[in-house]
Design a protein around this ligand. Structure first.
Ligand SMILES: Cc1ncc(COP(=O)(O)O)c(C=O)c1O
Length: 369
């Protein structure tokens, strides 16, 4: 797989442009535009006494809070230093040597496999289908992938990002469960990354019993707006949790992160406001972007939009023009399965989104698109 860079490196962009980080508008990482919950901010402001002890290695209170939130047992949760840490623990913990991903998707799954010398294969969603995740095709192909694929190792795990990044499409929870049951019957792992699922909770499989050999990844980065603290978690059967935990370095999750995540989870008022805001503002941004001539937008259930620029405009060029103006967007031209005109835009505040649409409109106007 070709490598694809992440969004969100505001510090590098600030160094490069001589600007202050606060003067950049980051549309490249998709973070709740309302910011973290006020309760999480207050927790951090009062957190002095948390600094002079090691963090709780069991993340006990946060796991209790998650258990209450999801009506599950605390033993079914493992907290990580962002879901990225957990993604990187899985190949070793579950002895995955060959992962099948539904692309185009997040690059970290393949990176985690590469780190352990494993292999990643993809079933790609089709542009003609609006990049709808190819679940049915995976269901059909599973046995084939299990036996032999191009004379390589049998597949031992399937990864689905739901809703998917960077395409934004979500699969129905019933379909995901069906896939997971089929994957389990073949003795494979089913890994479901629900990092953006707070924006379409009906697509989540966490509220019900998980099929055997199924793991779900969640994060406090996006919806809860805490990217700098690094908190994610995995939900799975306690025996699987113990296996992953045994691979995790001690004290991975600091105490500010544990307490702020707990406060954020319990602030249902901020969660409701955030969801309402996103539904309205995403629709408004879609409306603005749809007026740009020659661009194609793909439907999204998350807090970002995948867009294709007009035929003569390359993503790389638009990304660098916007970057000079202090606007960071995600260049998706290197994501396997997408073309060189693909960009991903986070939905931010009303004023920021208007600024982005204006800038894009000027760039398209100058290019004669
Ligand atoms: C689909 C997906 N999963 C997981 C992550 C990692 O999130 P974090 O490590 O911040 O929890 C990201 C971050 O961009 C992502 O887009």
């Amino acid at each position: 797989m070709r490598g694809a860079t992440h969004g969100g490196d505001v510090y590098a962009a600030a160094r490069e442009s001589g600007r202050d980080v606060r003067d950049l508008l980051d549309f490249s990482a998709s973070i709740n535009p309302l910011g973290p919950s006020p309760a999480a901010r207050r927790t951090i402001a009062r957190a002095n006494e948390l600094l002079c002890h090691y963090p709780d290695p069991a993340c006990w209170e946060l796991r209790q809070a998650l258990a209450t939130f999801w009506h599950r047992s605390p033993e079914e949760f493992l907290i990580g230093n962002g879901s990225t840490e957990l993604i990187h623990l899985l190949p070793e913990a579950l002895r995955i040597r060959h992962l099948l991903v539904m692309g185009p998707t997040f690059s970290e799954y393949a990176s985690a496999m590469a780190r352990v010398g494993g292999q990643t294969s993809s079933v790609m969603a089709a542009r003609a289908d609006g990049y709808r995740p190819p679940l049915e095709q995976v269901l059909e192909d599973l046995a084939k992938f299990r036996n032999k694929r191009n004379n390589t190792n049998p597949v031992d795990a399937v990864m689905l990002c739901n809703p998917n990044s960077p395409t934004g499409q979500a699969c129905d929870a019933a379909m995901v469960r069906k896939l997971a049951r089929q994957v389990a019957r073949l003795g494979q792992w089913c890994l479901v990354d629900e990092t953006f699922a707070e924006y379409c909770e009906q697509a989540s499989i966490v509220p019900e019993e998980l099929p055997a050999r199924t793991l779900v990844l969640r994060s406090f980065t996006k919806f809860y707006g805490l990217p700098g603290l690094r908190v994610g978690y995995v939900v799975a059967n306690p025996r699987i949790i113990t296996r992953i935990k045994s691979q995790q370095p001690p004290w991975s999750v600091n105490m500010l992160a544990q307490r702020a995540a707990q406060a954020a989870l319990q602030d249902s008022r901020h969660s409701r406001r955030s969801l309402r805001f996103m539904e309205q503002e995403r629709a408004r941004l879609v409306n603005g972007l749809e007026r740009l001539p020659g661009c194609s937008l793909f439907p999204s259930a998350a807090n970002f939009l995948l867009m294709e620029l007009p035929a003569r405009l390359k993503a790389t060029r638009v990304v660098s023009v916007l970057r000079r103006q202090g606007l960071l967007i995600r260049d998706c031209s290197q994501v396997p399965g997408l073309n060189d005109r693909s960009i991903r835009l986070a939905v931010r505040s009303r004023a920021d989104n208007d600024r982005l649409v204006r800038s894009l409109s000027e760039i398209l106007g100058k290019s004669g698109a």
